[in-house]
Design a protein around this ligand. Sequence first.
Ligand SMILES: [Zn+2]
Length: 302
Amino acid sequence: MRFQRTIKNTMAVEGIGLHSGRPVRMLLQPAAAGQGIVFIRTDLGGVEIAAAAENTSATSYATTLSRNNASIKTVEHLLAALAGLGIDNVTIEIDGEELPILDGSAAPFVRLIVEAGIQMQSLQRSTIKITKPIFVREGSKQVALWPADSPSISYFIDFDHPLLREQAMNIPVSEESFLRELADARTFGFLSDVQMLQANGLARGGSLENAVVLDEQKVLNKEGLRHRDEFVRHKILDLIGDLSLAGMPIIGHVVAHKAGHSLNARMVKKLLEHPECWTVIGSPAATRELPQEAHYQYQASL
Ligand SMILES: [Zn+2]
């Protein structure tokens, strides 16, 4: 039995949006059990946008949530950090339309959450347990959810680039594995795409400070890679953030091949449309049992 969690203290972070290139300030605040993850656009009079599948509005190059004509873009790395550390409830005030990209990974968000402290709450956490397989596919890209006793992800990429051929990872989903293996994996892109992206109003804040950039042969970042297979690790990180929009952690084995935000969002939609393929474990009823404390040390391998 697991209990819901929030953060203990309010934390502030500033940075620029990867796609907008605009500066933005964000406040992470503790929230009541049962609330979930909620963004508040303070620059638009306080429009609230819940991190929920029904608010997913765009999925090309990043995941965007929208409600009442207000949007919040590039939410996946923060959502991955929250899901990775098992944080169920938090309010995020933000004064712009895109989250700060920071170093392009989830590590700065993880550090912020660990510094804030993790507060156990008195409501149980519900989880989705997969009972029948579900698949989504788009050409050679696919995501499948298989029944399993514990959560895990198998991911395989084979892009047409010497550094991106046949990279695979199989990993149990736990707070420890997220901190140790996934949190610091950065987003990546190709130099040849940068002009096209910028002409389309994307990647305007992109730089070697917040992304791994590849030319036709090699990594252009002087510091090199943080992991030999940093690319597939980042794809798993994105998948964890996107799947968290299902609203509950998923117990099952995720098998993904070259998926992206759009296919991840289709999987969440299909999952929620097929309740005959899963059961909900744990009821969010109040309990008197004393929740255990969670403490994490986090040092990114930087
Ligand atoms: Zn990403």
